[in-house]
Design a protein around this ligand. Sequence first.
Ligand code: 5RP
Length: 242
Amino acid sequence: MGGKVNAAKKAAGMVEDCSVIGIGSGTTIEIFLEELGRRIKEEELTVYGVPSSYQSHLAALKNGVKIVDLFQYPELDICFDGADQVDENFNCIKGGGAALTREKIVATASKKVYIIVDSSKIVERLNMPVPIEVLPFACGFVEKKLAEIGKPVIRTGSGKLGPVVTDNGNFIIDCDFGEIKKPEELEREIDEIPGVVESGIFCSKLIDGVIAGYENKAEILKGKIRHQTQRGKNLSSHTFKP
Ligand code: 5RP
C-alpha cells in the first residue's frame, strides 16, 4: 500500500500549472487525484484533465481538476495512469478496471505518458490474463477466435448479474496467454479480430516512464524512451535500471 501511495504522490508532484492532463483509472489514480487536489488548493494551480472513465471523472471533479475533452484538446500535455502489470521494457497490461479503451486513447493523445505502480507489479515478462474490450454482438465469435491462441473468459462482476459492461457499453474478455514473449505482436494479433474494440496490452513505445513506488520512496524509471513516430521526434533508448 505504501508503494502505491508514494508513487501516486510523486506523480502528482510532476503536474504543472495550466497543463492539460490525460487521467487514467483505478485506485492508484484516485490517490494521485487526491494529492493533485491538495496541490491545486494549496498552490492555486489550474489543471485541465481528460478522464478515461466515470470513476476518474468523478474523482477529478471532486479534487478540483477542470474537466475538458478531446474535442477541445485533441493533444494532451501528459498522461498519468496505473497498470496491472509492467515488464522491464515498460510493456504493460491494463484494464483491471475495464477502462482500457479510453485509457489507451488518452495515453496515445498525450505528449508524455507515465505509468504509476507499486513496484510489486513490475515483472520480467508479462504473464497475467489480458483484458480485451469486445462489442457484445461479436462476443461469442471473438471468444472462439481467442480460444485458438489463449484461454478466454468473459468477465462477470459484482453489483450486477451477467457480464461486466464497460463505460462504452461493451463486454470484457480476460484472455490468458501464459508468458507473453512478444507483446507488440500479440497486441496486433488481438486487434485484428473483428469485434475487438481494444486490448489491454500497452506497448513500451507508448510509455515514457514508470513511476515505481516502494515502502519508503518512489522512483521514476526511464528504461525506455518511446519511439516518437506520432510526434516526429527521434527515438532514443536507455538501459533498464531497476
Ligand atoms: C483500469 C486500469 C488500472 O490502471 C489498473 O487496473 C490498475 O488499477 P489499480 O491502480 O487500482 O491497481 O487499467 O482499467
